[in-house]
Design a protein around this ligand. Sequence first.
Ligand SMILES: N[C@@H](CCC(=O)N[C@@H](CSS)C(=O)NCC(=O)O)C(=O)O
Length: 288
Amino acid sequence: FIGGVRPVCLPRLTESFPPGLFEVESSTYTYLLADTNTREAIIIDPVLETIDRDLSLIEELGLKLILAVNTHCHADHITSSGLMKKRIAGLKSAISKFSGASADILLSEGDKIRFGKHYLTVRETPGHTDGCTTFVSADESMAFTGDALLIRGCGRTDFQQGCAKCLYDSVHDKIFTLPDDCLVYPAHDYLGQTVSTVGEERKYNPRLIKSKDEFVEIMNSLNLPKPDKIGNKPVLFRSSAITCVNLWVPTCQFNGKTAAQQILNHFSFPSFADISVPANLVCGLHGL
Ligand SMILES: N[C@@H](CCC(=O)N[C@@H](CSS)C(=O)NCC(=O)O)C(=O)O
Protein backbone atom coordinates (compact mmCIF):
# COMPACT_ATOMS: atom_id res chain seq x y z
CA PHE A 1 0.00 0.00 0.00
CA ILE A 2 2.99 2.31 0.17
CA GLY A 3 2.27 5.58 -1.55
CA GLY A 4 -1.18 4.40 -2.52
CA VAL A 5 -4.50 5.74 -1.46
CA ARG A 6 -4.87 3.22 1.30
CA PRO A 7 -3.36 3.53 4.75
CA VAL A 8 -0.38 1.38 5.48
CA CYS A 9 -0.85 -1.33 8.06
CA LEU A 10 2.44 -1.81 9.79
CA PRO A 11 4.73 -3.50 10.60
CA ARG A 12 4.81 -6.02 7.82
CA LEU A 13 4.10 -3.67 4.90
CA THR A 14 2.67 -6.49 2.83
CA GLU A 15 0.64 -5.66 -0.25
CA SER A 16 -2.46 -7.30 1.21
CA PHE A 17 -3.61 -9.03 4.37
CA PRO A 18 -1.31 -7.12 6.70
CA PRO A 19 -1.46 -8.87 10.07
CA GLY A 20 -2.03 -7.23 13.40
CA LEU A 21 0.29 -7.27 16.38
CA PHE A 22 -0.76 -10.15 18.62
CA GLU A 23 -0.98 -10.23 22.42
CA VAL A 24 -0.95 -13.84 23.44
CA GLU A 25 -2.66 -13.79 26.87
CA SER A 26 -5.85 -12.13 25.72
CA SER A 27 -5.47 -13.13 22.04
CA THR A 28 -5.81 -9.47 21.11
CA TYR A 29 -4.81 -7.86 17.83
CA THR A 30 -3.40 -4.35 17.96
CA TYR A 31 -3.16 -2.48 14.67
CA LEU A 32 -0.66 0.22 13.80
CA LEU A 33 -1.53 2.34 10.79
CA ALA A 34 0.59 5.11 9.34
CA ASP A 35 0.93 7.57 6.52
CA THR A 36 4.33 6.78 5.01
CA ASN A 37 4.87 10.37 3.87
CA THR A 38 4.00 12.37 6.98
CA ARG A 39 4.85 9.45 9.35
CA GLU A 40 1.68 10.21 11.32
CA ALA A 41 0.35 7.03 12.87
CA ILE A 42 -2.55 5.73 14.94
CA ILE A 43 -2.74 2.61 17.04
CA ILE A 44 -5.95 0.60 17.48
CA ASP A 45 -6.57 -1.41 20.67
CA PRO A 46 -3.12 -1.31 22.27
CA VAL A 47 -2.69 -3.68 25.22
CA LEU A 48 -0.90 -2.88 28.46
CA GLU A 49 1.28 -6.00 28.41
CA THR A 50 2.71 -5.16 25.00
CA ILE A 51 3.29 -1.43 25.40
CA ASP A 52 7.08 -1.77 25.18
CA ARG A 53 6.86 -3.81 21.99
CA ASP A 54 4.53 -1.23 20.43
CA LEU A 55 6.55 1.81 21.48
CA SER A 56 9.80 0.22 20.24
CA LEU A 57 8.22 -0.53 16.90
CA ILE A 58 6.87 3.00 16.58
CA GLU A 59 10.30 4.41 17.34
CA GLU A 60 12.08 1.97 15.05
CA LEU A 61 9.80 2.88 12.17
CA GLY A 62 10.22 6.60 12.80
CA LEU A 63 6.51 7.19 13.29
CA LYS A 64 4.76 10.02 15.06
CA LEU A 65 1.94 8.41 17.03
CA ILE A 66 -0.89 10.93 17.27
CA LEU A 67 -3.80 8.80 18.48
CA ALA A 68 -4.42 5.64 20.51
CA VAL A 69 -7.96 4.56 19.78
CA ASN A 70 -9.96 1.74 21.34
CA THR A 71 -12.76 -0.06 19.54
CA HIS A 72 -14.50 -0.45 22.92
CA CYS A 73 -14.00 -0.73 26.64
CA HIS A 74 -12.33 -4.12 26.95
CA ALA A 75 -13.35 -6.67 29.55
CA ASP A 76 -10.46 -9.07 29.03
CA HIS A 77 -7.45 -6.77 29.19
CA ILE A 78 -6.40 -3.24 30.07
CA THR A 79 -5.74 -0.78 27.29
CA SER A 80 -2.29 0.83 27.21
CA SER A 81 -3.58 4.11 25.80
CA GLY A 82 -3.50 5.88 29.18
CA LEU A 83 0.11 4.86 29.81
CA MET A 84 1.13 5.56 26.22
CA LYS A 85 -0.05 9.14 26.69
CA LYS A 86 2.41 9.48 29.55
CA ARG A 87 5.23 8.18 27.36
CA ILE A 88 4.51 10.01 24.08
CA ALA A 89 4.13 13.79 24.22
CA GLY A 90 1.03 15.06 22.49
CA LEU A 91 -0.56 11.64 22.07
CA LYS A 92 -4.36 11.65 22.39
CA SER A 93 -6.73 8.84 23.24
CA ALA A 94 -10.13 8.14 21.72
CA ILE A 95 -13.09 5.85 22.34
CA SER A 96 -16.84 5.91 21.74
CA LYS A 97 -18.88 8.44 23.67
CA PHE A 98 -21.14 5.53 24.62
CA SER A 99 -18.32 3.53 26.24
CA GLY A 100 -18.64 5.21 29.62
CA ALA A 101 -14.86 5.59 29.62
CA SER A 102 -12.80 8.76 29.68
CA ALA A 103 -10.62 9.82 26.77
CA ASP A 104 -9.41 12.96 25.03
CA ILE A 105 -11.73 12.38 22.10
CA LEU A 106 -15.16 10.81 22.43
CA LEU A 107 -16.18 9.33 19.10
CA SER A 108 -19.59 9.33 17.41
CA GLU A 109 -21.03 7.80 14.24
CA GLY A 110 -19.44 9.30 11.13
CA ASP A 111 -16.44 10.87 12.87
CA LYS A 112 -13.20 10.75 10.94
CA ILE A 113 -9.97 9.59 12.53
CA ARG A 114 -7.26 11.31 10.48
CA PHE A 115 -3.57 10.52 10.14
CA GLY A 116 -1.65 12.20 7.34
CA LYS A 117 -3.77 12.03 4.21
CA HIS A 118 -5.68 8.99 5.43
CA TYR A 119 -8.67 8.56 7.65
CA LEU A 120 -10.90 5.93 9.20
CA THR A 121 -14.63 6.53 9.57
CA VAL A 122 -16.36 5.61 12.81
CA ARG A 123 -19.35 3.28 12.61
CA GLU A 124 -21.16 2.60 15.86
CA THR A 125 -21.64 -1.16 16.21
CA PRO A 126 -23.10 -1.77 19.70
CA GLY A 127 -24.16 -5.17 20.99
CA HIS A 128 -21.05 -6.66 22.60
CA THR A 129 -20.90 -3.40 24.58
CA ASP A 130 -22.83 -0.13 24.19
CA GLY A 131 -19.70 1.66 23.05
CA CYS A 132 -18.42 -0.76 20.40
CA THR A 133 -17.23 0.88 17.20
CA THR A 134 -15.93 -0.32 13.85
CA PHE A 135 -13.37 1.79 12.01
CA VAL A 136 -13.57 1.74 8.22
CA SER A 137 -10.84 2.98 5.86
CA ALA A 138 -11.74 5.79 3.46
CA ASP A 139 -11.88 3.47 0.44
CA GLU A 140 -13.81 0.81 2.40
CA SER A 141 -11.05 -1.73 1.81
CA MET A 142 -10.51 -2.41 5.53
CA ALA A 143 -12.74 -2.57 8.60
CA PHE A 144 -11.37 -2.83 12.12
CA THR A 145 -14.34 -4.47 13.74
CA GLY A 146 -13.26 -4.75 17.37
CA ASP A 147 -15.38 -7.39 19.11
CA ALA A 148 -18.50 -6.76 17.04
CA LEU A 149 -17.51 -9.11 14.24
CA LEU A 150 -14.86 -11.79 14.79
CA ILE A 151 -13.69 -14.23 12.12
CA ARG A 152 -16.52 -16.78 11.89
CA GLY A 153 -17.81 -15.45 15.20
CA CYS A 154 -18.75 -12.31 17.07
CA GLY A 155 -18.40 -10.72 20.47
CA ARG A 156 -20.25 -12.34 23.35
CA THR A 157 -23.37 -10.58 24.59
CA ASP A 158 -23.78 -12.08 28.05
CA PHE A 159 -22.24 -9.29 30.15
CA GLN A 160 -20.99 -5.69 29.95
CA GLN A 161 -24.17 -4.28 28.36
CA GLY A 162 -24.40 -7.17 25.91
CA CYS A 163 -27.41 -7.15 23.61
CA ALA A 164 -27.68 -9.89 21.00
CA LYS A 165 -30.41 -8.17 18.97
CA CYS A 166 -28.38 -4.94 18.84
CA LEU A 167 -25.27 -6.83 17.77
CA TYR A 168 -27.14 -8.59 14.97
CA ASP A 169 -28.43 -5.24 13.66
CA SER A 170 -25.01 -3.60 14.02
CA VAL A 171 -23.23 -6.25 12.00
CA HIS A 172 -25.91 -6.48 9.32
CA ASP A 173 -26.46 -2.74 8.97
CA LYS A 174 -22.97 -1.36 9.50
CA ILE A 175 -20.51 -4.10 8.47
CA PHE A 176 -22.25 -6.45 6.07
CA THR A 177 -23.19 -3.41 3.95
CA LEU A 178 -19.48 -2.87 3.15
CA PRO A 179 -18.07 -4.27 -0.11
CA ASP A 180 -17.48 -8.03 -0.30
CA ASP A 181 -13.71 -7.62 -0.57
CA CYS A 182 -13.42 -5.29 2.42
CA LEU A 183 -10.88 -6.88 4.76
CA VAL A 184 -12.13 -7.62 8.27
CA TYR A 185 -9.61 -7.11 11.08
CA PRO A 186 -11.05 -8.22 14.42
CA ALA A 187 -9.83 -7.35 17.92
CA HIS A 188 -9.40 -11.03 18.82
CA ASP A 189 -8.91 -14.42 17.35
CA TYR A 190 -8.56 -17.59 19.36
CA LEU A 191 -7.66 -19.89 16.45
CA GLY A 192 -4.73 -18.08 14.82
CA GLN A 193 -6.80 -16.52 12.05
CA THR A 194 -5.64 -13.03 11.13
CA VAL A 195 -8.02 -11.54 8.60
CA SER A 196 -11.26 -12.23 6.76
CA THR A 197 -13.45 -10.34 4.32
CA VAL A 198 -16.97 -9.00 4.57
CA GLY A 199 -18.04 -11.32 1.73
CA GLU A 200 -16.68 -14.37 3.52
CA GLU A 201 -18.31 -13.48 6.82
CA ARG A 202 -21.62 -12.65 5.18
CA LYS A 203 -21.57 -16.10 3.60
CA TYR A 204 -19.92 -18.31 6.21
CA ASN A 205 -20.19 -16.72 9.66
CA PRO A 206 -22.06 -19.51 11.47
CA ARG A 207 -23.86 -17.12 13.83
CA LEU A 208 -24.61 -14.17 11.61
CA ILE A 209 -25.96 -15.98 8.56
CA LYS A 210 -28.91 -17.03 10.75
CA SER A 211 -32.13 -15.11 11.33
CA LYS A 212 -32.15 -12.58 14.16
CA ASP A 213 -34.19 -14.90 16.39
CA GLU A 214 -31.85 -17.82 15.76
CA PHE A 215 -28.86 -15.57 16.43
CA VAL A 216 -30.32 -14.50 19.78
CA GLU A 217 -30.90 -18.14 20.68
CA ILE A 218 -27.29 -19.02 19.76
CA MET A 219 -25.89 -16.12 21.77
CA ASN A 220 -28.04 -16.97 24.80
CA SER A 221 -26.80 -20.55 24.75
CA LEU A 222 -23.04 -19.96 24.42
CA ASN A 223 -22.35 -20.38 28.15
CA LEU A 224 -18.81 -19.11 27.77
CA PRO A 225 -16.59 -18.91 30.83
CA LYS A 226 -15.65 -15.37 31.84
CA PRO A 227 -12.37 -14.19 30.29
CA ASP A 228 -9.38 -15.36 32.36
CA LYS A 229 -8.37 -11.87 33.35
CA ILE A 230 -11.70 -10.93 34.82
CA GLY A 231 -11.94 -11.67 38.49
CA ASN A 232 -14.33 -14.48 39.32
CA LYS A 233 -16.20 -12.23 41.72
CA PRO A 234 -17.58 -8.78 40.97
CA VAL A 235 -16.13 -5.86 42.94
CA LEU A 236 -18.74 -3.75 44.62
CA PHE A 237 -18.57 -0.05 43.83
CA ARG A 238 -20.88 2.05 45.93
CA SER A 239 -21.57 5.56 44.82
CA SER A 240 -21.77 8.25 47.47
CA ALA A 241 -24.93 9.35 45.67
CA ILE A 242 -27.43 6.66 44.79
CA THR A 243 -26.05 3.87 42.71
CA CYS A 244 -24.41 0.72 43.86
CA VAL A 245 -23.03 -1.37 41.09
CA ASN A 246 -21.21 -4.63 40.78
CA LEU A 247 -18.39 -4.46 38.27
CA TRP A 248 -16.27 -7.27 36.96
CA VAL A 249 -12.70 -6.04 36.89
CA PRO A 250 -9.54 -7.64 35.53
CA THR A 251 -7.27 -9.49 37.91
CA CYS A 252 -4.15 -8.70 35.88
CA GLN A 253 -1.73 -6.26 37.44
CA PHE A 254 0.13 -3.27 36.19
CA ASN A 255 2.89 -1.63 38.26
CA GLY A 256 1.95 -4.02 41.02
CA LYS A 257 -1.65 -2.81 41.12
CA THR A 258 -4.82 -4.52 40.01
CA ALA A 259 -7.40 -2.77 37.92
CA ALA A 260 -9.56 -2.26 40.99
CA GLN A 261 -6.69 -0.61 42.86
CA GLN A 262 -6.01 1.62 39.90
CA ILE A 263 -9.64 2.73 39.83
CA LEU A 264 -9.34 3.64 43.51
CA ASN A 265 -6.14 5.59 42.86
CA HIS A 266 -7.57 7.37 39.88
CA PHE A 267 -10.57 8.60 41.79
CA SER A 268 -8.40 9.28 44.86
CA PHE A 269 -10.78 7.41 47.10
CA PRO A 270 -9.58 5.37 50.04
CA SER A 271 -12.01 2.51 49.63
CA PHE A 272 -14.46 1.04 47.19
CA ALA A 273 -17.36 2.22 49.27
CA ASP A 274 -16.56 5.80 48.26
CA ILE A 275 -16.23 5.26 44.59
CA SER A 276 -18.60 6.79 42.13
CA VAL A 277 -18.26 5.52 38.62
CA PRO A 278 -20.68 5.24 35.75
CA ALA A 279 -22.56 1.96 35.92
CA ASN A 280 -21.40 1.13 32.44
CA LEU A 281 -17.70 1.56 33.21
CA VAL A 282 -16.78 -2.06 33.54
CA CYS A 283 -13.07 -2.40 33.47
CA GLY A 284 -11.46 -0.82 30.44
CA LEU A 285 -9.71 1.83 32.54
CA HIS A 286 -9.45 3.77 29.35
CA GLY A 287 -7.45 6.94 29.65
CA LEU A 288 -6.64 6.47 33.29
N1 LIG B 1 -10.82 -17.15 26.78
C1 LIG B 1 -10.62 -15.76 26.64
C2 LIG B 1 -11.91 -14.99 26.59
C3 LIG B 1 -12.76 -15.39 25.48
C4 LIG B 1 -13.89 -14.39 25.35
O1 LIG B 1 -14.82 -14.40 26.13
N2 LIG B 1 -13.76 -13.50 24.38
C5 LIG B 1 -14.72 -12.46 24.20
C6 LIG B 1 -14.04 -11.22 23.72
S1 LIG B 1 -13.06 -10.55 24.99
S2 LIG B 1 -14.48 -9.91 26.26
C7 LIG B 1 -15.79 -12.83 23.23
O2 LIG B 1 -16.63 -12.03 22.94
N3 LIG B 1 -15.77 -14.06 22.73
C8 LIG B 1 -16.75 -14.52 21.81
C9 LIG B 1 -16.61 -15.99 21.57
O3 LIG B 1 -17.51 -16.54 20.90
O4 LIG B 1 -15.64 -16.57 22.05
C10 LIG B 1 -9.87 -15.18 27.81
O5 LIG B 1 -9.86 -15.81 28.85
O6 LIG B 1 -9.38 -14.05 27.67
